[in-house]
Ligand binder design. Structure first.
Ligand SMILES: Cc1cc2nc3c(=O)[nH]c(=O)nc-3n(C[C@H](O)[C@H](O)[C@H](O)COP(=O)(O)OP(=O)(O)OC[C@H]3O[C@@H](n4cnc5c(N)ncnc54)[C@H](O)[C@@H]3O)c2cc1C
Length: 415
C-alpha cells in the first residue's frame, strides 16, 4: 500500500482541529435529530447514525494518532474531546453516549495494551470494530445491591469467564465486549481488575433482550451473559489494578459534556418555540426564566472548559477530578431542570410527541441515573471538611467500589 492509499483509509491522517471534527458532527446532527423519535419509539439501535459516524471518523476519536485516530482523551486533547461530545449530545444524546462509550473503550484498550495488543486491536477498531464497555453488574430484571463478581479463571493459554453484566451500551453493534473483570484472587476487586476484550461471536456469549426503559431507549444497553467463555491471553488487556494505579483518566467530564449538550439542545428548542410565539416571548416572566437557564448553561460550560484546560495542562489528577465532579453536578442540574421547567414555559401542547422536549426529559432522567449526584457531591463536602479527595480511590462513576474497604463498589464503566 502506498503512503497516499494508507492515508486515504485512515480516519484522521493528520490530527484534526476541533473545528474540523465539530464540522463533521454538525453535518450529521440534523439527521440524528430527525431519527431520534422513531428510534426511541421502536427501541431500535441507531445503526444508520453509527455508519455515518464511522464514515466521518467519529469512531476513532480516542484512537491514538499513530493509528490514524484523533488522539482525544489524552493529555493536550481532553478539551476537544469534551467539546465534540457536547456538540454530539446537543443533536442527539443517545448517539452521543454510544459514541462516547465506544471511544472510551478504544482509549482504554490503547492505553493499557502491550505494543503487540495495540497493533492488533487499533487497526481493527479503525476499520470499524465497535467496542462496548461492560462494568455494571446491576441486572435489569433483578433488584438488590450491585455486587461486582466477574472473575477470570486461569486455564491453558488464557482464562475462562463466567459472568453476567448489565447496561452494556453499544453491545447491540459491538465486535468487542470490553469486560471489566478481576483475575481470581483474595485481594480487593479493584486491585485485581483487568479488561477482557471478548469477541462478541465467542462461544458462550449471549446478549439479553432486557432493555425496556424510560429513556435512552435507542442505546439498547442490554445485559450480557458469559458462560464459560474462553478469553485468550492476548485478549486480556492491562495489568491487575492498572485502571486505578496507572491511568489518571475518568469518565466524569464526558458525562458532564453529554448532559450539558443535551441541556443546550432542550434550551434551543425552548428558544425556537418561544421565539415563534410573541405572546410568550413578550412575557417578562418567561424571559426571566430563559435568562436563568442561559446562565446555568454558561456556568456548567465554563466549569467544563476550565476542568478540561486543567487536564490538558497536566494538573494534579485528584484536583482535576474534584473539579470534574463539580462540573458534573452543574451539568446534571442543567439537564434535569431545563426540560422539566421548560414545560412550564411552553405549556401542555409542547407535550405532544411531535416535539422533542418530552423525550429529552426522559433521556436526561435516565442517563443522569448512571450514578447518583448525591454520592458525588458528598465527596466534595468531605474535601471541604479537610478529609481529602481521591480521583480513583473514592466513590465515583469511574471506579469499582467495595463496601467496607474504603475503595469503591460500583463500576460505572460504560460512559
Ligand atoms: C443509559 C445508561 C447506560 C449505561 N451504560 C453502561 C455501560 O455501557 N456500561 C456499564 O458498565 N454501565 C452502564 N450503565 C450502568 C450504570 O453505570 C450503573 O451501573 C447502573 O445505572 C446502576 O443501576 P442502579 O442505579 O439500579 O443501581 P443500584 O445499585 O440499585 O442503585 C440504586 C440507587 O442507590 C444509589 N446507591 C448505590 N449504592 C449506594 C449506597 N451504598 N448508599 C447510598 N446510595 C447508593 C445509586 O446511586 C442509585 O441512585 C448505564 C446506565 C444507564 C442509565
Amino acid at each position: 500500500m502506498t503512503a497516499t492509499e494508507t492515508a486515504a483509509t485512515l480516519p484522521w491522517p493528520e490530527p484534526p482541529t476541533t473545528a474540523e471534527v465539530l464540522a463533521r458532527v454538525d453535518a450529521l446532527g440534523p439527521g440524528w435529530r430527525e431519527r431520534q423519535r422513531s428510534l426511541d419509539e421502536a427501541v431500535e439501535f441507531p445503526h444508520e447514525n453509527f455508519a455515518e459516524a464511522k464514515a466521518a471518523g467519529l469512531h476513532a476519536l480516542c484512537v491514538p494518532t499513530e493509528y490514524g485516530g484523533a488522539g482525544f482523551w489524552l493529555p493536550g486533547r481532553y478539551g476537544p474531546w469534551y467539546e465534540v461530545l457536547e456538540r454530539m449530545a446537543r443533536w442527539e444524546t443517545n448517539t452521543a453516549q454510544l459514541i462516547q462509550v465506544h471511544n472510551h473503550a478504544a482509549g482504554i484498550i490503547a492505553w493499557h495494551s502491550t505494543a503487540e495488543q495495540r497493533d492488533y486491536f487499533m487497526p481493527r477498531i479503525v476499520d470499524g470494530a465497535f467496542c462496548a464497555s461492560l462494568g455494571s453488574e446491576a441486572h435489569l430484571y433483578e433488584n438488590g445491591a450491585e455486587v461486582l463478581e466477574s472473575e477470570l479463571t486461569r486455564v491453558e493459554g488464557g482464562y475462562r469467564l463466567t459472568a453476567r453484566k448489565g447496561f452494556a451500551s453499544v453491545a447491540a453493534t459491538a465486535k468487542y465486549l470490553m469486560v471489566w473483570c478481576a483475575i481470581e484472587g483474595d485481594t480487593s476487586y479493584a486491585s485485581r481488575m483487568v479488561f477482557a476484550v471478548v469477541d462478541v461471536d465467542s462461544d458462550g456469549v449471549e446478549l439479553l433482550d432486557d432493555w425496556q426503559m424510560l429513556g435512552m431507549r435507542s442505546t439498547i444497553s442490554c445485559g450480557v451473559k458469559f458462560q464459560d467463555v474462553f478469553v485468550p491471553d492476548d485478549h486480556v488487556v492491562g495489568t491487575p489494578g492498572g485502571w486505578i494505579t496507572g491511568d489518571p483518566r475518568t469518565f466524569s467530564c464526558a458525562y458532564a459534556s453529554n448532559h450539558l449538550g443535551s441541556a443546550q439542545g432542550a434550551f434551543d428548542f425552548l428558544i425556537e418555540y418561544i421565539g415563534s410565539r410573541p405572546d410568550l416571548s413578550g412575557s417578562e416572566a418567561v424571559r426571566v426564566k430563559l435568562g436563568q437557564m442561559d446562565a446555568r448553561l454558561f456556568a456548567a460550560r465554563a466549569c467544563l472548559r476550565s476542568t478540561a484546560a486543567r487536564l490538558d495542562r497536566g494538573d494534579d489528577p485528584d484536583e482535576c477530578e474534584a473539579d470534574a465532579v463539580r462540573t458534573m453536578h452543574l451539568a446534571k442540574d442543567a439537564v434535569l431542570s431545563i426540560p422539566y421547567e421548560g414545560f412550564d414555559l411552553v405549556g401542555a401542547r409542547a407535550c405532544h410527541e411531535r416535539y422533542p422536549l418530552g423525550q429529552m426529559m426522559r433521556d436526561a432522567r435516565t442517563f443522569t441515573l448512571h450514578f447518583r449526584d448525591d454520592l458525588y457531591v458528598e465527596r466534595l463536602a468531605q474535601l471541604a471538611l479537610g478529609n481529602g479527595f481521591s480521583a480513583k480511590g473514592g466513590r465515583g462513576g469511574s471506579t469499582p467500589f467495595e463496601e467496607g474497604s474504603g475503595a469503591t463498589g460500583q463500576a460505572t464503566a460504560g460512559a
